[in-house]
Design a protein around this ligand. Sequence first.
Ligand code: CA
Length: 236
Amino acid sequence: MPANILLVEDEPAIQELIAANLNRAGHHVVRAADAESAQRIVREALPDLILLDWMLPGASGIEFARRLRADERTRAIPIIMLTARGEEQDKVTGLETGADDYITKPFSPRELVARIKAVLRRRAPQATEDAVELGGLRLDPSTHRVTASDKALTLGPTEFRLLHFLMTHPERVHSRAQLLDQVWGDHVFVEERTVDVHIRRLRSVLEPGGYDALIQTVRGSGYRFSTQAPQPPATR
Ligand code: CA
């Protein structure tokens, strides 16, 4: 599954080189040359990962990373800092700001792609090709197959992405707005009830084996993928 990567880099030659390498590795790349235009892009749609140059005209990469970490909507976006500096103290500052990894220029394209893969695996598993198995379901992004106890299920593309996100982030409640951001990549123009429509479709595909119970509605909050039965109301 290609990841959507936002590349924030002001040097055109480096930007071009990195974008070409990421495209070759199968990723979608959106480019920005400064923090302000990157901010506008993020406001529209959340990327799976941000490659962020430290030294930018205007607000620095560090400032932009701080801003992203301070906002609940963008807090969890994985960030890899790019920098020409090799100082240990800079690395510490970068990681303290909330960067997930740090690469010093010049770096090999292969190293960059490997680091991206490692960070995605840790922080955004829905953007990787790794198969997920949970609660009797198995979802394989590389073959686009979902099975329930080895029986193949047929899911539409949106239901597939929705299930993938839920399975890679289990036991957590996701609001409709968060699901729109993460699964649809559009929290502005798509209505929240769209989420309910696709949850309903997903449940109906999962229903025959009773797997629909894995997708729980959390009243007033959103949805959760859970292998644990919801707490029964206290009786006595
Ligand atoms: Ca720069």
